[in-house]
Ligand binder design. Sequence first.
Ligand SMILES: [Fe+2]
Ligand SMILES: [Fe+2]
Length: 348
Amino acid sequence: MTVDLDSPATITIVDDEPTMQDVLVRAVRSWGYPCQTADDAEQALQLLRIRPTPLVVTDLRMPGQGGVWLVRKIHENWPQVGIVVVTAGADSDAAMDCLNAGADRYFLKPLRLDEFRHALETILHTVELEQERERYRCRLEQRLHEQMRRVRRTFLSGIDSLIRTLEARHPYTKGHSLRVRHYALRLAWALDLDRRQRRHLSLIGKLHDIGKVGVPEDILNKSGPLTPSEREVIREHPVTAERILSPIIRRPEILAAIRGHHERMDGKGYPDGLRGEEIPLFSRVIAIADAFDAMTSSRAYRHAMTPLEALQLLREGAGRQFDPELVQAFLLMHPHAVLPQLQASALS
Ligand SMILES: [Fe+2]
Ligand SMILES: [Fe+2]
């Protein structure tokens, strides 16, 4: 076996017969193709693992595993490698097996060198074209991914400003999405959610109310109680959000979480009336963060509650509206000053 890792080889020549190997080596070198050699099929495979070449020329009858086995192995491991089999006339059946196993050509001994050379040139050219096509495909795919990422970023920053505009129209919700994201992420840390889950939750927190762009301003800003039909319009916002985001957000779990952020544990939520663990975990997290922020922010018809009051209402809603385990984790996140008061009120 010869392998010189410093100089590139184009052809691997496999032959157990030194004279034949020498003839082949001299011929291909004289045509300008650097080569490496192996004396049998196992050695050839080992050599190709260290340094694959675009073309292999192999004898059929060799000690150990023969040429058919080698052709099959090469085809399995490196389907793009060209294979030429050189055989004595008596082996024509085995040569057919080689073609079936993936060889490109076979030649009978004695070799007609001009024909052999032409075949090598053609096969190498084809392999080169294949490789070029593959490289082109990879480059194209990479560019497409970059483009997709850019479109996604542009879309999300557009959505970002849309949310800001939406919240600015309504003084009572200014900064709501970012605060919901903040509380949801704190809860995610407390629940030990992994980095990927926290990234998803961050996006969900920011986008959860985007569907409110479909709600007329007079309904959104109404200070008095809503009529049943106005309430219906508001209740459409999770589905509207899903519809707006589905062309650009491919992850179904993010879309499902946004759709489900107004579901309740007792099944009385909307839009699907899911109950308990049917509600996605991310929706259950957002529901708590959302409610906490809504309660601790001022509204046209009421002042903001204190965090303690809001936490008490969350605790009262645990099991009916909110996931009780998540409420528990949310309560534990709050400063020690708040917890004793909660515990005291629970005892009284
Ligand atoms: Fe909402
Ligand atoms: Fe919200």
